[in-house]
Design a protein around this ligand. Structure first.
Ligand SMILES: *Cc1c(COP(=O)(O)O)cnc(C)c1O
Length: 403
């Protein structure tokens, strides 16, 4: 019998990183602004701007830092209201609070995507900016979201932390809103332990973000090679006018990230194939349901989410226990008292916990299982079989004893 696969370990870092790490060890040149030009962080920013086809990229210490800087760079005043989905990671409302803004939550449907009707209603409540969080890589209807926000002139920040390689209508996720933010934390597609990057075509926004990220004095001149009059003008405009939050990333992270860029396409393809293979298996069970992707969405998953059908809270707990006992850890987002993706646990937000019955109901039945791109068919079969069997077993017992 196959053993339960380890779904937490990352892939090895490509060998090519070793030579560059060695150079840094010898030179000690770890700070992005020591070298006059072509520091690894600057090259990483060029790589990502090229990959996304955006004019600018700014690498920082985390995706949370990128989200925070995005809000600051948009010039939001303290107390500004930022609309976010009620299903996301606590880092998102935290970035809003960090920027001294007020998070406003909108409903998320049982397919894990923004409920557009509720989004449209909430957008009318004095909203100054939107963060669309593509939670677990699920893309909400970006056509509807952009149309609604553009009509009101409300800027959209994309939290694409978990969406590297995902497409919407053949456009790269992260390039549809005003700015897109990505994460290099170890559970994301590209792994540097920690780190983040933001991409945008907006010269003023990126100039403000670059300075606030910690480009003190004239260090901003080391960011973008070649001449860019719009950017030069923006830097001149903001010199000495902004606080320095020092959310920079170091060269060591950059040399670990860069050789992973050529791996993205394979990780995306394998992750998608693995997900769809397991999804088909789970959908054969009457008790498990994997929601369909939206038509314009091409996914890059490294985990699978599915809903339990017709189970009570006790049966949901029993399902999770049976699967765990057989080696597959299932997280039900809303069941534990500390899950950072359940909005009622974001008690650092001032005011009452909002009433969001659709999102709450979804979180109480939505399961989360990691499914990294490196798993092989045998391992996928193992995971799928345990999940299907655990649901069967729990529901058969229920029927047999009539509880
Ligand atoms: C991981 C994650 C973040 C936070 O990224 P960090 O780089 O750890 O700050 C934010 N949003 C989503 C959807 C994430 O998955």
């Amino acid at each position: 019998m196959t053993l339960a696969p380890n779904v937490y370990d990352a892939e090895p870092i490509p060998e090519a990183a070793r030579v560059e790490i060695d150079k840094l060890m010898k030179s000690g040149d770890l700070f992005r602004y020591t070298a006059p030009e072509n520091a690894p962080v600057t090259l990483l920013e060029q790589d990502f701007a090229t990959y996304f086809g955006t004019r600018y990229a700014l690498a920082v210490s985390s995706c949370s830092a990128a989200l925070f800087l995005s809000l600051k760079a948009l010039g939001l005043k303290p107390g500004a209201r930022v609309l976010i989905p009620a299903f996301t990671f606590a880092a998102v409302p935290s970035a809003v609070v960090h920027a001294e803004c007020q998070p406003v939550l909108c409903e998320v449907g049982e397919n894990y995507r923004v409920d557009i009707d509720d989004f449209a209603i909430k957008l009318g409540l004095d909203i100054d900016a939107v963060i669309v969080s593509h939670m677990r890589g699920h893309t909400s209807d970006m056509d509807a979201i952009m149309a609604l926000c553009d009509a009101r002139g409300i800027p959209v920040v994309e939290d694409a932390a978990h969406s590297l390689g995902t497409l919407w209508d053949r456009r790269k996720i992260g390039t549809i809103g005003r700015v897109g933010c990505f994460s290099f934390q170890s559970y994301k597609l590209v792994n540097a332990g920690e780190g983040g990057i933001m991409v945008t075509n907006d010269a003023d926004l990126v100039a403000r973000a670059v300075i606030m990220s910690g480009a003190y004095e004239h260090n901003w001149s080391k960011h973008i090679a070649g001449s860019d009059p719009a950017l030069d003008a923006a830097f001149a405009r903001w010199q000495n006018k902004l606080p320095l939050y020092n959310l920079r990333i170091g060269n060591l992270s950059a040399v670990i990230i860069r050789p992973q860029i050529p791996e993205i396409a394979r990780r995306v393809a394998d992750g998608r194939a693995n997900h769809d293979y397991v999804a088909d298996r789970l959908n054969t069970s009457p008790f498990l349901q994997v929601p369909d992707k939206l038509e314009k969405e091409e996914r890059a998953p490294d985990s699978i989410q599915f809903n339990l059908v017709g189970m009570t809270d006790d049966e949901t707990r029993a399902f999770s226990d049976v699967a765990a006992a057989r080696g597959v850890k299932v997280q039900v987002f809303g069941l534990s008292t500390d899950n950072a993706r359940a909005f009622w646990n974001w008690q650092f937000i001032t005011g009452e916990v909002p009433d969001l019955p659709r999102t709450r109901a979804m979180l109480m039945r939505a399961c989360d299982v990691r499914l990294p791109a490196r798993l092989n068919r045998e391992e996928l079969d193992f995971v799928a079989e345990i999940l299907v069997m655990a649901a069967q077993e729990v529901m058969e017992n229920t029927r047999a004893y009539g509880t």
